[in-house]
Design a protein around this ligand. Structure first.
Ligand code: SF4
Ligand code: SF4
Length: 129
């Protein structure tokens, strides 16, 4: 079993983990089916569980426990490398899904305009099997 991990490109700038350049500085993210959709049939049925709304300074500090901030981020800024989290995914009917909750896509696009809840975010790379 390969340890597949896609590059994450995210445009959810309302999230505490978002970094300019469509980067996600969370150490790990989890993609789920929406609570309302036990099984996703379109991209809007998926969500990023690691989404955390950016509201207060306290929220931002609180998000640091799941963060690549520090050495990895500053090294990435200096070298221009893309920061990307490890991805686990529970959307087992996506064609990119692999056993052990891995995603075999080369990269995934996470989006959610004016997101305030997890359900407002989507994995745009979802494709039904
Ligand atoms: S919504 Fe998900 S992928 Fe995007 S920055 Fe937040 S945690 Fe990362
Ligand atoms: S592309 Fe599919 S398998 Fe990969 S994270 Fe998105 S929904 Fe999950």
């Amino acid at each position: 079993m390969s340890s597949a991990n896609p590059l994450v490109k995210c445009t959810v700038d309302q999230c505490t983990h978002y970094m300019p350049g469509d980067q996600c500085m969370a150490a790990k993210i989890s993609i789920y089916n929406d609570e309302t959709a036990a099984r996703s049939s379109r991209t809007t049925d998926t969500l990023c569980k690691a989404f955390h709304p950016r509201k207060t300074v306290g929220d931002i500090v609180g998000a640091f426990h799941n963060s690549n901030i520090g050495g990895v981020v500053s090294a990435a800024f200096l070298s221009g490398t893309q920061v990307t989290p490890s991805v686990e995914c529970f959307v087992s009917n996506c064609k990119h899904w692999q056993e052990s909750n891995l995603c075999s896509a080369r990269s995934i696009a996470v989006s959610g305009i004016n997101a305030s809840l997890n359900e407002d975010t989507d994995c745009q790379t979802f494709e039904p099997k």
